[in-house]
Design a protein around this ligand. Structure first.
Ligand code: ZN
Length: 186
């Protein structure tokens, strides 16, 4: 199921392991542009390729834009978390593929990610505080989007008891016509 170009849970494409990108072809360049556009149009701060139906390891992230003028997402090709803290912090997450709800999820509060950029250079991204003080949106977003490349959504990160309640809230949100970008009730 897709709404506004975004694949919605529980579409099976969100449960697949995505293939690494071997070569940055014109087709991949077009996909990067499409993902930047979809993320902006739907008001997201991160988007993974399976969310637009492409099962490759590609993520775009921009956690700080205020409008089109300063919109310049990171593009991460084949991203891998190479370091993560033992300390975890809760953060209220939303997902373009699970519109209408938020879920509080605990994740490591500091990560280092390696990924290729669109020119084929290996880049290193560091996010979070690692001092347990406050969850960092970029740190959360990196982990959330990389999860999508391995067939995981935020439902998979909830405790079983919380998962049932979250699924129910999501079904209710879909029934009232929640669209990608909506994260809270009403
Ligand atoms: Zn998501």
């Amino acid at each position: 199921m897709e709404v506004n170009g975004i694949v919605l849970s529980p579409d099976p494409r969100l449960r697949e392991e995505c293939a690494p990108i071997e070569e940055i072809t014109p087709e991949i360049e077009r996909l990067i542009q499409k993902m930047k556009d979809e993320m902006f149009e739907n008001g997201g701060c991160g988007l993974a390729a399976p969310q637009v139906g492409e099962l490759v390891q590609l993520v775009v992230i921009d956690t700080s834009y205020t409008g089109k003028h300063d919109y310049d997402p990171w593009v991460l090709i084949n991203p891998v978390i190479v370091e993560q803290s033992d300390t975890k912090l809760p953060f209220c997450e939303g997902c373009l593929s699970i519109p209408g709800i938020n879920c509080e999820i605990s994740r490591p509060d500091h990560v280092v990610v390696e990924a290729y950029d669109p020119k084929g250079d290996l880049m290193r991204y560091e996010a979070g505080t690692a001092d347990g003080s406050e969850a960092d949106l970029t740190c959360v977003c990196l982990q959330h989007e990389i999860d999508h490349l391995h067939g995981k959504t935020m439902f998979d990160r909830l405790l079983p008891g919380d998962r049932i309640a979250a699924m129910k809230r999501y079904q209710e949100a879909l029934a009232r016509g929640a669209k990608p970008g909506e994260t809270s009730v009403e």
